[in-house]
Design a protein around this ligand. Structure first.
Ligand code: HEC
Ligand code: HEC
Length: 235
């Protein structure tokens, strides 16, 4: 299974959170396609028991884990659209920032878990947040929105959701991540400085506690930097 930078980072975070239970779940024989048991093995630790997005590992991803229990939202997705989001995840729907499951689950298993996900939806009144289509459109047309999602996904676990250097993963670090929202620091950050820094990490010339991102990540840096600048303004 070839993992993108995002997957690897997410999975690294996950293995910190659920060491043991995660690998056991992955190694186990999937058995007959039973949607509920698949959900409990593969989805529950992020999406939570009732699909509300409150599983223990969800908090680590930075991007809020989707609420699969909101009927007004979920009913806007056809079975095919729901299926494809589970199967392909961020590969086809990057606004979601979830790894796709088609490499871990068979087609039957994806269909079974999709049916189970449908049973989690309960009536919570009319939709007050953007619909799936609006979210997808915003992501595809607004570089700042892409920067926000990428920042939350790749950087906020350490640098904090608002850039204060206080992400969950930073709690036990001796060298704290830089507070990118500090206006003095934000002012020095450019696409070039971040790329130089990431390259230095990759070549092991900079040994600080940053993850090593793959080359394809460079495309995203521009948008992440755009977003980091807005964090300084909201201070
Ligand atoms: C590592 C944590 C994680 C795991 C494990 C996980 N998800 Fe997700 N899932 C997410 C995140 C994060 C999103 C994006 C949420 C968002 O942006 O609204 C998401 C989104 C989704 C969506 C799309 C919802 C929408 O807004 O269109 C579906 C459907 C979904 N997950 C189903 C599943 C199923 C089924 C499984 C198990 C096979 C699973 N997820 C496992 C984190 C996870
Ligand atoms: C695993 C935790 C972690 C993640 C994830 C992370 N960082 Fe960092 N970052 C750090 C630490 C630790 C430092 C260095 C603190 C020090 O040594 O002063 C740092 C430093 C930085 C610096 C300052 C570099 C300098 O010149 O001093 C920038 C800029 C930065 N990170 C940007 C990012 C961006 C952008 C992302 C997401 C793409 C990201 N970081 C993801 C932990 C992380």
């Amino acid at each position: 299974m070839k993992l993108s930078t995002g997957h690897r980072w997410m999975l690294a975070m996950l293995s910190l959170a659920v060491t043991g239970s995660f690998s056991t779940a992955m190694a186990g024989d999937p058995g007959p396609a039973n949607g509920e048991s698949i959900y409990n093995r593969f989805c529950i630790y992020c999406h939570g028991e009732k699909g509300e997005g409150d599983g223990p590992a969800g908090a680590l991803s930075g991007v809020a884990t989707g609420d699969l229990s909101n009927k007004a939202y979920m009913s806007q997705l056809t079975d095919q659209e729901l299926h494809d989001r589970i199967a392909w995840g961020e590969e086809k729907y990057p606004y979601l920032q979830m790894p796709g499951w088609r490499t871990s689950l068979s087609e039957d298993e994806i269909r079974a878990v999709m049916k189970y996900v449908r049973t989690l939806a309960v009536d919570k009144g009319p939709l007050t947040t953007p619909s799936p289509k609006e979210r997808e459109r915003k992501f595809n047309t607004d570089p700042l929105e892409r920067g926000r999602v990428y920042y939350l996904h790749y950087c906020s676990g350490c640098h904090g959701k608002s850039g204060h250097g206080d992400g969950d993963a930073a709690k036990n670090m001796t060298t704290k991540p830089v507070a990118l929202s500090n206006p003095g620091i934000a002012a020095t950050i450019t696409t070039k400085s971040v790329n130089d820094y990431l390259t230095a990490r990759k070549q092991r010339k900079d040994t600080r506690n940053m993850p090593i991102f793959e080359d394809d990540f460079k495309d995203k840096v521009d948008e992440i930097v755009l977003y980091i600048k807005t964090l300084a303004k909201t201070k």
